[in-house]
Each structure stands twice: as structure tokens, then as C-alpha cells.
Design a protein around this ligand. Structure first.
Ligand code: TYM
Length: 330
């Protein structure tokens, strides 16, 4: 059986980029009974930016409720909270000792933060902590611990999966065959879902559409999506339009083809925005209601996570024992 592993950080509102790039593909994988999904809330990864006890708890609950509201079946998937799996942090340390500092210096998220700190116009240390520097190693532990074959992610995470492969190879070479080499899966059309301003949708750019915002707000945000100033009658290029990219993340293949044709005929932006709202709301309407119900029952979610943690640990405890034996720690 092939293993699918992915995680979402509880660092703020889940947005449609997270959904289209990672959650939706992950849930599609769940339909295949030949696959074994391991989906989790990466709360330890969130620590490098969230330093507020109640907020971290609240956001963790929100990510859990999001997964379930969208259709994750906890009977089928092993669904857990990262911090409930202590074996991950032992593996993190073992892998850290096989990781060259140079490799981490080249990691995108760390480099971006260093660049930001070095900008003369920002008089503030935005906080490069060791959690951020070590981020790819912990992420490798998440992936390798569960012998992932495939990791569904957005394009921004590809480098991290490549690092996990490097570390797996390094470990296997040093201590003998232990880890599978994971592959990433990216949904081509939405690998980088754009945000309201046309840049990648990202919490740090404040250009997101929260997945479960109320319909009125959704409509309002869609109206704010940047468009070029071409006239309604002019031919439009769908490949360069954030609206089109968002549309195809929610529309059927036929609807997408039809929209492409309408772009070429010169559809008005207002009409595209209306159609985008229709397909997005169609898909999110029911999960939104379910999400509101779930968020009001934290104890139920806790129960699910406790079962998930037990299931995950039945794998991770065995795997860690194998790893520690190979390294000479037992
Ligand atoms: P996070 O929570 O930042 O992002 C969750 C997922 O959403 C994807 N994503 C996007 N995809 C398309 N377009 C966008 N605009 C967009 N923005 C975000 C991200 O690529 C990601 O797949 N490091 C992970 C969390 C993690 C993880 C793991 C993932 C921790 N351990 C192990 C896989 C396997 C992250 O970025 O989370």
C-alpha cells in the first residue's frame, strides 16, 4: 500500500491556497482504497511564528475542524496532531546530525526571512529563530517517519520534500536501507494559487481568501481580486489571470473549458467574478456549515485526535525503534 503524508500548520485562517494546493488533492487521494493517508496538524511547525497559548490552541482546533468538515474520514486516514507523536522529535534530532548547515542555509523560507531582515527599509528583526532554521529537518522527520511515498503539497514546499529525500538517502547510505524516498505531488494548475493581489496567496502577504469566510465576505473578497484593465469585449488570456486559476480550482473540467472559451471571446471581469463566486460557494457551502458545528464541539475533535495519535504512534514507535537500532542508540 502506498502512503500519503501531508500536514497543515495552525498559523491563521486556512485559505483557499491551502485547500486547492494541498487539502483537496490529499482528500482526493483518500478515495483510493489502495492508499494509506496520514494527515496531520503541524502545530510544532507553527511554533516559530505563533507565540500565544490560546491562539495556538484555537488555530489547532480550527485546522482539525477544517480537515473533517471537508470530508477527511478519521476511520480511513490516520489523523493526528504532530505534538502528540514524540517519536518525531527524536528522529528530528537524529536527522539534524546528518544535515549539513550549508543545506539549511539554502532553504527558501529561511533565506527569505534573512533577506527581509537585511533590508535597510525595515528596522525590525522579524525573528530568524532556530525553529525556522531547523524547519526542513522536522518536516523530513514527519515524512520519513511514516514511510511516505507521496506528499501532496503546494509548489512552495517542493524544496522541503527534496531535502527529505536527501536526508533519507544520507541516512540509508550511512546506516543501511531504512527510509523510502518520498515524492511530492503537486496539482499542476493550482501549484501556486494566486491571492487577491495576484502574488502567491499567503498569510504573510495578507492577500488571502479564508476558506470558510461567510458568503457575503467571500463575495466581497472576490470583487477585490486584481484584474487588468482590458475592456469587456477584448480577448483575455486565461493563463495570466488569477481569476481563471482560482476558477479552475473549483470548476468542473467542462466548466473550465467553457470559461476559457469565454475569456477568448472577451468576457467582462464582473461576470468572471460572479461565476467564480458561484463555483466556490457551491463547493464550500456544506463544509462551511459542518465546520461551524465542529468548532463548537472541541471535545469531540479532541477524541478523534486522541485515537489518531494512538494509531500514528503504533507506526512511529516501531519505526523509531528500527532507526535507533540502526544508529546504535539501543
Ligand atoms: P502550510 O500550513 O503553510 O501550508 C499548507 C499547504 O498549503 C500549500 N499552500 C499553497 N498551495 C497552493 N497555492 C498557495 N498559494 C498555497 N499556499 C500554501 C502549501 O504548499 C502546503 O502544502 N510545511 C508545511 C506543513 C508541513 C508539512 C509536513 C507538509 C509540516 N510537515 C510534512 C507536508 C509534509 C506548510 O507549508 O504548511
Amino acid at each position: 500500500m502506498k502512503r500519503i503524508v501531508t500536514g497543515i500548520k495552525p498559523t491563521g485562517d486556512i485559505h483557499i491556497g491551502n485547500y486547492a494546493g494541498a487539502i483537496k488533492p490529499a482528500l482526493n487521494f483518500m478515495k483510493d482504497n489502495q492508499l494509506e493517508p496520514f494527515y496531520f496538524i503541524a502545530n510544532m511547525h507553527a511554533l516559530n511564528s505563533v507565540k500565544d497559548t490560546d491562539l495556538l490552541k484555537k488555530q489547532t482546533l480550527e485546522v482539525a475542524a477544517t480537515w473533517i468538515a471537508l470530508g477527511l474520514d478519521p476511520q480511513k486516514a490516520t489523523f493526528f496532531r504532530q505534538s502528540d507523536i514524540p517519536e518525531l522529535f527524536e528522529l528530528n534530532w537524529i536527522l539534524a546530525n546528518l544535515t549539513s548547515k550549508g543545506l539549511m542555509n539554502r532553504a527558501h523560507a529561511y533565506k527569505a526571512m534573512v533577506d527581509q531582515n537585511n533590508r535597510a527599509d525595515i528596522d525590525m528583526d522579524t525573528g530568524v529563530n532556530m525553529g525556522l532554521f531547523n524547519y526542513p529537518i522536522l518536516m523530513s522527520a514527519d515524512i520519513l517517519m511514516f514511510n511516505a511515498d507521496v506528499v501532496p503539497v503546494g509548489k512552495d514546499q517542493v524544496q522541503h520534500i527534496e531535502i527529505a529525500r536527501d536526508l533519507a538517502e544520507q541516512f540509508n547510505h550511512t546506516f543501511g536501507e531504512t527510509f523510502k524516498l518520498p515524492n511530492y505531488y503537486i496539482e499542476k494548475e493550482v501549484a501556486v494559487l494566486p491571492g487577491l493581489d495576484g502574488r502567491k496567496m499567503s498569510k504573510s502577504y495578507q492577500n488571502t481568501i479564508p476558506l470558510f469566510c461567510k458568503p457575503k465576505r467571500l463575495q466581497k473578497l472576490i470583487k477585490q481580486i486584481k484584474t487588468d484593465s482590458s475592456l469587456p469585449s477584448e480577448r483575455k488570456d486565461p493563463t495570466s489571470s488569477p481569476l481563471f486559476t482560482m476558477y479552475q480550482a473549483f470548476a468542473t473540467a467542462d466548466e473550465t473549458l467553457e470559461m476559457k472559451r469565454r475569456f477568448e471571446l472577451g468576457i467582462g471581469w464582473g461576470e468572471v467574478k460572479e461565476s467564480l463566486y458561484t463555483v466556490m460557494n457551491r463547493e464550500l457551502e456544506k463544509p462551511r456549515v459542518k465546520y461551524e458545528e465542529l468548532i463548537a464541539q472541541p471535545a469531540e475533535i479532541e477524541k478523534l485526535l486522541a485515537v489518531g495519535a494512538e494509531k500514528a504512534r503504533s507506526y512511529s514507535a516501531k519505526k523509531l525503534k528500527e532507526i535507533k537500532e540502526k544508529v546504535g542508540l539501543l
